[in-house]
Ligand binder design. Sequence first.
Ligand code: HEM
Length: 402
Amino acid sequence: MSASFNPFDAQFRLDPYPVYCELRESDPVHRSFLDAWVLTRHGDIKRVLKDRRFGVDPIPERIAERHRHLSRRGGDLEALLTASQRFFFFLDPPTHTRLRGLVRAVFSPDRVQRMEPLLDSYLDRLLDDLTERAEFDLIEDFAGPLPVFAIASMLGVEDFELRQLKAWSLRLSRILDPLVSLEEYQEMNDVVLGFDACFREAFEHRRRQPRDDIISALLAGGRNHDDLQERDLAAICTMLFITGEETTVNLIGNGMLSLHRFPDARAQLTDEPDLAGAAIEELLRFESPVQLTTRVAHEDVDLGDRVIGAGEKVVVALGAANRDPAVFDEPDTLRLNRHPNPHLAFGDGIHFCLGATLARAQGRRAIPRLLDRFPYLTLEIDDLQWRPNIVVRGLRTLKVRA
Ligand code: HEM
């Protein structure tokens, strides 16, 4: 009998790779007890992500159902529902194409490049604050603050309370997970209201005084779309925090853990900082921050010797694709100069990560700087605490000694 896929299992959370390996070899198009197909081969996953016969998992419909349920009891999820209907990673074309186009136009690689000196000075400040400390938490004190600062600065809301934005992003990132309680949905509804108020304030400022930031650019771009309202733009800005915050924290946290587990690779990166670009790709492959995503078949599709029926859900395990020996030699070994490295950590097809350039820039700058400042940094890995999230894989804390 083949392994079963249970992302809620404590052992799986600790180390999902043996399960992925067994499924990939013995049951690559696996029918799971979760009422979904689970794919673990790189080839199948890439095909599904690029195949327009598959659409996204309609999470807003799930929220609408909870909203109806709560409305009968006098509550509601109105704000969360409305925002989620504009989070374009939950949408198929044509609305997806239209909203993504709006962000793509303003989230350009040269805008990210212009951010790099700001990222460097922020990282230096974080590292300066840590120099006197014998011990710190790499997640809380180093990886954690960076992405929220990066997104807030790009949007132009860096004056807002970053801790608050971070706490909201973390809470709202649960929207990606398959099992979410009603209480959590209600909390997420409050978070959306908070983000909404914050962005509307920023819109008002930028309307009066545009700057070189994404909010000003979105407002300018939005003028060409008559049907686009402020709440649509606020939802798009909120979505950037959900997608770009926790994922990037985990690139740095998981990345440092992988380097700890492969000390030769760590020494190589310390000696050859120019390797940083390739190293980040390998760290993304090896311990992928986004482990899975889901699609739904719009029609019957043959996959291997199985048929995915119309309306059935498919879980694509990006973390498994990235360890597929058919594509990566010695996939369970970290090789910083692996080339080529066609990992799927940022997905593929029309939903390919819009923030990949920003995420890469942060990883490439943060990890070598940390190693340079703390050459003798040791990680305490005896009791690793992974977050309970299913989609995003990352550590709750990572204690280190300087
Ligand atoms: C290491 C960090 C990151 C990883 C591993 C990552 C991974 C991913 C993946 C796998 C997807 C595709 C999901 C799917 O196909 O269902 C995605 C989509 C997306 N990501 Fe990222 N991401 C990262 C950072 C960021 C950042 C920093 C931002 C922006 C601030 C961002 C914005 C987005 C957006 C907007 C989408 C939706 C694209 C669409 O649906 O068209 N991501 N990301």
